[in-house]
Design a protein around this ligand. Structure first.
Ligand code: CA
Length: 238
């Protein structure tokens, strides 16, 4: 569970109806909210109120949302979730490259948006949390490097070192969208960032091991053209 009681979310959006919906839903879940309708007031609130996360519309009246991400990232690592009506792939990629943590397109489902924000918080909390995850019946222990069947029916899974690094990287960002480029850089190294064939191959190998039906993945999901997202349950304790 995310302790939402003290978390404050800054909503940067010029569409007042959307602001109202977000404020109402996050407050109902125990979050504090702040709202800004342009980039200028967003920067003021970021500096003065120090919110815990920002939900950012890319189409603002005074500045492109991508510039808001770049400027914010020059001094802050707060979680940023981009919200936009723009559907072009290059915009999504640019937002992630500029330092956004995730991206959701309008029209959006409010429950999904809240889940994405909470996933971003979990990711920010990862250093203090337990390294145990559930993928269906598989329990993954990132410290022991073991994957065991909680029902004790199937033998433990064995992964190659690269498969482990890939799974580990995705699990520590459980629920969040991770770009192909980021995975290639972090798992293989800087010089591999365009080797998307490597990534596809290892994702497919991982699916064969962890997914009940590899062709219809339930845990290791593809965001076409952008990256991957793992859906796992983070266990709070052993
Ligand atoms: Ca707008």
């Amino acid at each position: 569970m995310i302790d939402s009681s003290k978390k404050c979310i800054l909503i940067v959006e010029d569409h007042l109806e959307i602001v109202r919906t977000l404020v109402m839903n996050f407050r109902a879940r125990g979050y504090l909210t702040l709202a800004a309708s342009d980039a200028k007031s967003a920067f003021t609130l970021l500096a003065e109120a120090k919110p815990d996360a920002m939900i950012l519309d890319l189409g603002l009246p005074d500045l492109d949302g991508l510039d808001v991400i770049t400027q914010t990232r020059s001094w802050s690592n707060l979680p940023i979730l981009v919200l936009s009506g723009r559907t072009e792939l290059d915009k999504k990629l640019s937002a992630l490259k500029s330092g956004a943590d995730d991206y959701i397109s309008k029209p959006f489902d409010i429950d999904e948006l809240v889940a994405r924000v909470e996933a971003v918080f979990r990711r920010a909390q990862k250093s203090t949390s337990t390294p145990l995850f559930l993928l269906g019946n598989w329990k993954v222990d990132l410290v022991k490097h073991s994957i065991s069947d909680i029902q004790g029916i199937q033998p433990d899974l064995h992964l190659t070192p690269i498969e482990w690094r890939l799974l580990e990287y995705l699990l520590t960002r459980s629920g969040s969208l991770v770009s192909q480029r980021e995975l290639l850089q972090k798992v293989w190294g800087e010089s591999y960032e365009t080797e998307t064939n490597y990534l596809r191959l290892f994702i497919s190998q991982l699916r064969k091991k962890i997914e009940p039906v590899p062709q219809l993945p339930k845990f290791l999901l593809t965001e076409p053209g952008i990256g991957y997202r793992i859906i796992a349950t983070h266990l709070e304790s052993n």
